[in-house]
Design a protein around this ligand. Sequence first.
Ligand SMILES: Cc1ncc(COP(=O)(O)O)c(C=O)c1O
Length: 461
Amino acid sequence: MLDDLPLELDRDLPEPLSVQIADRLRHAATNGRLRGGDRLPSTRALADRLRVSRTVVAAAYDQLHAEGWISGKRGSGTYLTTAPAAAPAPAAASHHTDVASDLFDLAPGAPCIEAIDPAAWRRAWRAAADHPPLVRKDRAGEPEFRTAVTEHLLRHRGLGAGSATTLLATAGTSSAVGELAAALLRPGDAVAMEDPGYQRAAGAFAAAAIDVLPVPVDAHGLRVDLLPPGIKAVYCTPAHQFPLGARMPAARRVELIEHARRTGIVVIEDDYDGELRYDTAPLPLLATMAPDVVVHLGTTSKILSPGFGVGWLLAAPEIAEAVLAHRERTGTGPSPAGQQVLVALAAHGDLARHLRRLRRAVPPRRALVVTELRRRGLDVIGDDAGSHVVVPVDSADAEERVIATGQRRGVALDGLARHHLGSRRDHFGVALGYTALSWPDLVTAVPIAAECLARPVALSA
Ligand SMILES: Cc1ncc(COP(=O)(O)O)c(C=O)c1O
């Protein structure tokens, strides 16, 4: 089995060879090329095959052993452990459910699960499992969860939850948008949102029979001057416009808040990747500037896993009350399980450590993408933040050709077409996510993507 595995090492990479070996074996285990019970070669045999010293392979095996991926039976070899113990970190989810499994998926959206410390992850789930079963859940969220998130927002987003606001647990941003639509709006009401923008938010509004009106986006984010009249709310991503990556400057934030106060609309601030900031200083959140009109939404989907289904909402008390009343009416509300895991992660300092690891792990990935693109004369737009970049192209036709070329060459690329509300478009390009793939896969996939962007072939080719 292992004999068939492509296990090439790259001696030019900064990663030590033992780390590369461990990475490739982990990857083979997660994508099913190796299965629980498979026997790994002896350290001597693998060292010979890879032309490295035996201590290098032994270091890789030690690491995998410590993480629970492999077990050694003295005298009878080293085996991959069975699947449950061998998959301590959450599975990365992709926006694309239709990406062929043999393509490198560079669509944005998935988090960097490689940065999750499996031991901390397991510890938190175990701690959460120690809770006795709940007789009933708190529809606002578990009290310790709300305390942990309040602390997190203050520490990492400079957002204080005072008496002017109420914090609720949610099952993530898209779910919270759906709840807000059901709790605050009536079928046929209109809301505005960025175009291009986050289509799951548009979908959540549409599911509540709310009309979603597109508003153009420029290098400073949402065009506040183009907000249509008659809307009840506006949804936006001011910290890092999704997908174009603009950070809304202070003056436009003030303009948006003044507009909201003047016209009586609610501003929904989706802070989906606010913790992922590298070189650029954060600006005050809209929720800090105007807690009376802003509903702030946060999620763990980008920093931990979308499969986790944990997020939060901070809003004026009457808005939070309306959401709670909706939950009560419909017997819904977020599950406490994920909340308790987050509490455990926060309590042991593992969450803060994880965020530090993420902020160290992600910038080299971004640098790899930007360098490969620049080498071919291509530029990216957007802030130095988050987990994706956008590479503009000239036209819808060019975008389609790049995607088709990628498909042929083994990379799944994400065109901006998918992020638009209607057929009218001002922006053409490709969004490249750099956190989902393992480092070795990223190193392989990014030059191919850059090549496809630099030299797309004709669609008929
Ligand atoms: C703009 C935006 N908002 C929110 C999310 C996360 O949403 P949820 O918490 O529903 O997983 C994403 C994830 O890709 C996103 O791109």
